[in-house]
Ligand binder design. Structure first.
Ligand code: NAD
Ligand code: ZN
Length: 345
């Protein structure tokens, strides 16, 4: 193995990413070294590419970006005895601290000291990735590398969708991005009754229909109330999954909920946005913010569902070699894609 590798990095505080040569990371006693095979492009990577205010505040330069990956273990730290060389893995990209009350109580996903690979720490858009063995997730044969590379966003979808009991419930998802679409597939898989997904982008709604059995609604053209009437829904949605970060989508969701409805919020609004709190109070709505994945409960549930037939493969609309990364990022920004998977082999 050469001691240099290819990596996609932010090299200056400005838009874009560059393919660089970087040293292969050295691992510590509790780490593994992973040879990366496939990576997914995430909306977060687009923020980093664009170098928006959030990225400029958050991301150190230089930094290897990327956090959605699958690969194979090629080196084990000396304390690692529960993984083996050649093992196929994905991994949790949130590196947690061990000091906070939440972490010490086993609620790892709520640790305020969490640092993200590809955001705060060296990332996965590279031929090799160092990861704490604790964060590595072995992949069963039923999950190939390209699905392994999108378990991070699928995990966001699963975490959000499983926030509330969905069995027999009518579910509204606002935002048919890759995560909203995967959440629709999860809601169907676990036994929701009607799953309705909204967007203003017809390409995204068409993709949603290809991935799963869902009722697509283009809210720029259609009236959600009429769609609900057509489904013979009388009182509103039982559960809402907000996956757009859009103010109008949230307002529309609150209006369309049943009394006592439950809403899980994953979408990140661009800044402060006004909320009609009295509507939420008088409708007795429960709101839950969702961050990342539950470590590691979401991973167990997600892998079990995939092994049991949850099929989200069609959300991957583009596959390309990493040398074509510019085309990948452009395609992602066009809004005319689902997940884009880059091949590092
Ligand atoms: P995405 O940007 O690809 O999808 C958002 C979709 O919302 C787009 O298709 C857009 O057209 C649609 N939209 C815009 N206005 C709308 C409206 N009025 N009604 C309905 N839909 C509308 O994002 P994604 O990658 O699928 O992620 C979904 C959201 O989750 C994003 O806001 C992302 O930032 C956020 N996110 C949060 C976490 C977390 O830990 N909380 C993790 C990952 C992603
Ligand atoms: Zn991601």
């Amino acid at each position: 193995m050469s001691n240099e590798m290819k990596a996609l990095a932010k090299t200056a505080p400005a838009p874009g990413l560059d393919m660089i040569r970087a040293p292969v990371p050295e691992i510590g006693p509790d780490d593994v070294l992973i040879r990366v095979k496939k990576t997914g492009i995430c909306g977060t990577d687009i923020h980093i590419w664009d170098w928006d205010d959030w990225a400029a505040r958050t991301v150190p330069v230089p930094l290897i970006t990327g956090h959605e990956f699958a690969g194979e273990i090629v080196e084990l730290g000396k304390n690692v005895d529960d993984l083996h060389l050649g093992q196929r893995v994905s991994g949790e990209g949130h590196l947690i601290g061990k000091h906070s009350r939440q972490s010490r109580s086993g609620r790892f996903h709520l640790d305020p000291e969490t640092r993200g690979i590809g955001v705060n720490e060296q990332g996965a858009f590279a031929e090799y990735l160092r990861l704490p063995a604790f964060n590595a997730i072995p992949l069963p044969d039923a999950i190939d590398d390209e699905i392994g590379a999108i378990l991070d966003p699928l995990g966001n979808a699963v975490h959000t969708a499983l926030s509330f009991d969905l069995v027999g419930e009518d579910v509204l998802i606002t935002g048919a991005g890759p995560i909203g679409i995967m959440a629709a597939a999860v809601a169907q898989h676990v036994g929701a009754r009607h799953v309705v997904i909204t967007d203003v982008n017809p390409d995204r709604l068409a993709l949603a229909e290809q991935v799963t059995d869902v009722v697509p609604v283009n809210v720029a053209e259609e009236d959600l109330r009429e769609v609900m009437a057509g489904l013979k829904m009388k009182e509103g949605f039982d559960v809402g999954l907000e996956m757009s970060g859009n103010q109008r989508a949230l307002d529309q969701m609150v209006e369309a909920m049943v009394m006592g409805g439950r809403i899980a919020l994953l979408g990140i609004p661009p800044g402060k946005s006004p909320v009609d709190w009295s509507r939420i109070v008088f409708k007795a709505i429960t709101l839950k913010g969702v961050y990342g994945r539950e470590i590691f409960e979401t991973w167990y549930k997600m892998i079990a569902m995939l092994e049991d037939g949850l099929d989200i493969r069609r959300v991957i609309t583009h596959r390309m070699h990493v040398d074509d990364f510019r085309r990948g990022f452009e395609t992602m920004k066009s809004g005319k894609s689902g997940k884009i998977v880059l091949d590092w082999e």
